[in-house]
Write a protein of this length. Structure first.
Length: 129
């Protein structure tokens, strides 16, 4: 995406019936602009924000990228759409942290189990320390 691209001065009023102004026509494939986390090309739920900047008090310019099919787009989105997207991203981050915590615990338990087994089998001696 070109970070120097200019936002058109004739951007629509966010209170109008148009909920999003598309800067890239490819984004028109979106089922609903409320589902920014869903890729219109491959239906992945992993669409990520690449760049974002406020345009005014009610709208944000967001560049989106799908890591699965490399789809990219940019658009102007009203605050309520970004609030929902932010909640979806927060839920995803929480799920990643939960999975990482579970994996770390499993790895530690396995290491402890091996260590106890080695001590029980006299495979670890005081001079190992």
């Amino acid at each position: 995406m070109d970070p120097d691209r200019q936002i058109p001065p004739d951007a629509p009023d966010p209170r109008s019936t148009s909920r999003v102004q598309v800067l890239n026509p490819e984004v028109a494939g979106l089922g609903t602009c409320d589902d920014l986390h869903i890729c219109p090309r491959c239906n992945s739920h992993l669409v990520q924000p690449v760049e974002w900047a406020p345009v005014d008090t009610h709208r944000w310019r967001i560049e989106l990228h799908c890591p699965e099919c490399e789809w990219e787009s940019a658009g102007l989105y009203p605050q309520h759409v970004l609030d929902r997207y932010d909640a979806v991203l927060d839920d995803g981050a929480a799920a990643l942290i939960e999975n990482l915590t579970r994996l770390e615990r499993s790895n530690i338990e396995e290491g402890i189990s091996r260590f106890v087994g080695a001590i029980s089998a006299d495979q670890i001696l005081p001079e190992d320390f």
